[in-house]
Ligand binder design. Structure first.
Ligand SMILES: Cc1cc2nc3c(=O)[nH]c(=O)nc-3n(C[C@H](O)[C@H](O)[C@H](O)COP(=O)(O)OP(=O)(O)OC[C@H]3O[C@@H](n4cnc5c(N)ncnc54)[C@H](O)[C@@H]3O)c2cc1C
Length: 223
């Protein structure tokens, strides 16, 4: 099935033409975003906590310290709302009312469940490292027994999920297009900066190609 089922809870009400339930679209946004925000309730208090995620198929995984309240609550099967947002631009309209932003966002609803199978946990931790930077897996030491014990992995099925996407120019009201006001979009994107070697890096360790590739053009020109 290429579309996630629209449910009473995931039906987008405002500007429904921006809604997407397409699996490929939702997966693409989740994979591009580096972080998500997880909303959950503990003792009547809602929390929304930023964290790293990784998607494998139709499952989204989170990880963290076994001492973390977030992971502890989520591992117990708490209902959660996971939100991911990619900001693509500032939309400057002719009227203050129609100012907006271009974005791609996803909301996933459902219970979280702790992952206990050691093989799955290892694969998830690899997927998270890969999500941060695909090149790291070939080099970084894998978690040892003590580190694995200190880590909780939780998962949420991507089934009750929606995307909402805004693209393009401002949408002013017809009568306002004659206003002598500049209108348009300021594109925004997340850009890598110049790589900074760890001051404690041992001598003779070269910067790997996958880091060099990440670096911005002006850094390459200055080399
Ligand atoms: C980009 C990013 C990626 C992260 N990735 C991970 C991850 O993969 N795994 C992970 O476990 N944690 C991650 N964190 C940290 C995460 O947001 C929490 O701080 C942490 O999981 C909660 O730890 P805790 O149980 O000690 O705090 P909690 O007991 O959950 O929180 C106690 C209180 O601390 C405050 N607090 C907690 N976190 C934050 C925060 N981020 N900003 C401001 N106030 C806060 C809140 O008031 C909260 O009620 C990430 C944070 C960021 C910003």
């Amino acid at each position: 099935m290429s579309q996630y089922q629209v449910t009473q809870k995931t039906k987008i009400k405002r500007l429904p033409d921006r809604a997407e339930y397409d699996r490929e679209t939702i997966h693409g946004i989740l994979d591009e975003a580096l972080i998500c925000h997880v909303g959950f309730v503990v003792d009547d208090q809602p929390y929304v906590i930023p964290t790293i995620h990784a998607r494998v198929g139709d499952t989204l995984y989170l990880h963290g310290s076994a001492a973390s309240r977030m992971l502890w609550a989520l591992g117990k099967g708490a209902n959660a709302c996971v939100t991911v947002t990619l900001l693509d631009g500032l939309v400057l309209a002719r009227t203050a009312f129609h100012h907006s932003m271009n974005y791609r966002s996803v909301v996933i609803l459902g219970p979280l469940e702790e992952v206990v199978d050691p093989d799955v946990r290892n694969k998830v931790l690899d997927a998270i490292a890969k999500h941060i930077n695909p090149g790291r897996l070939a080099e970084a030491r894998r978690p040892n027994r003590k580190e694995l014990k200190a880590t909780i992995v939780v998962k949420i099925q991507i089934s009750e999920a929606s995307a909402k996407i805004r693209t393009g120019p401002p949408g002013d009201d017809d009568e306002d297009y004659d206003l002598p006001v500049w209108a348009g979009v300021i594109p925004l994107s997340l850009q890598p900066g110049k790589p900074i070697p760890d001051p404690l890096l041992k001598e003779g360790i070269d910067m790997p190609d996958y880091v060099i590739k990440y670096a911005p053009d002006d850094w390459h020109r200055s080399k």
